[in-house]
Design a protein around this ligand. Sequence first.
Ligand code: C2E
Ligand code: MG
Ligand code: MG
Ligand code: MG
Length: 283
Amino acid sequence: YKAKSTLSGHHVYRSVDNRHGDVRLRTLQELRLALTEDQLILHYQPKINLTTGSVSGVEALVRWEHPDRGLLFPDQFLTLVEEAGLMHALTQEVLRKALDQSVLWAAQGRNLTVAVNLSASSLIDGDLPERVGTMLSARDLPATALMLEITEDFLMADRDRARDILTRLRASGIKISVDDFGTGYSSLAYLRDLPIDELKLDQSFVFPMADDARAAALVASTIDLAHGLGLKMVAEGVENSVAYDELVRYGCDFAQGYFMSRPISAAALDEWLTARLNAAAVP
Ligand code: C2E
Ligand code: MG
Ligand code: MG
Ligand code: MG
C-alpha cells in the first residue's frame, strides 16, 4: 500500500514529468479518457461519532482504475488534473457518483452523510452552490446527505469569494469542513468568522499522539479551541487504539483512520457496516 504524502507525491510526479514530456502527454490523453470512459471510482472511509460510537457518515475519496497501471491514488494524478484544467469535470463526476451512491444508501435505510473534497480551484466556480442544490433535489436528497471538505488554501486564495460561496452553500443546509486543519496559514481568529461547521485536524498532528505527550497536549487544546468557537472537531489519521481512546478522552467529536477502516469500495463498506452492527448487537 502506497504511503500517503501529498507533498512528496507532488514532487516525485513533477520530477518524472520533466524528464519524460511524452509520458506526460500520454497521461493527459489518458486522463481525458478516464473521465469519458468512467474509469474514476470512489472509495469511502467511515467517519465515527466518538460520542456515540456510531458511523455518522463517510468521506468519498477518488481513485483511478487505470486500464494498464491498476488502481491509482489521488497523489498520483490530481496535480495533473489541475494542470489539465479538468478539476471542474472531476468534481462534477465525484459529486454525481457520491450522490448516486447516497440514493442507494437511503434506499437501504442507511443514514450516511457523504463528504466530498473540493480543491481550491473550485472557488472559480461561482455557480457551485446552485449546481450542488440542483444535484441534490434531482435525487430527492436532503442537504444533510452531503458535506463538503475544503482546505485552508481554498479559504485564503480569495477570502471574499470563499465566504460568499460558503455562505450560499451553508444557507442551503450543506455542512462545511475545513480539511487538513493546522497545516495552512489560516488563524483560528479568521476561521471564527467564517461560515463553517467543523475542523478536520490534519493527520500529522494525530500520528505522534500515541508516543508524544506534547503532541497529545496540542491536539487536546486544539479540540478545546474548536469547541470554544462553536465548531466540531474531526481527527483524521487515527491508526491505533491509543490515539482513538485519547481523542475520546479529549472530547473530540469525530474520527477517521485506518484503525477503524481504510477507504473501501461501496460493496466492502456495506459488509463493514453490517459486520459492525452485528458486533454491536452481541450482548
Ligand atoms: P484528505 O481529504 O485529507 O483525505 C485523507 C487521506 O488520508 C486519504 O488519502 C486517506 O486514504 C488517508 N488516510 C485516512 N486515514 C488514514 C490513516 O489512518 N493513516 C494514513 N496514513 N492515511 C489515512 P487519499 O485517498 O490518497 O487522498 C489524498 C488526498 O487527495 C485527500 O486528502 C484529498 O485532499 C485529495 N482527494 C481525494 N479525493 C478527492 C476528490 O474527489 N476531489 C479532490 N479535489 N481531492 C480529492
Ligand atoms: Mg478530506
Ligand atoms: Mg485531510
Ligand atoms: Mg489532504
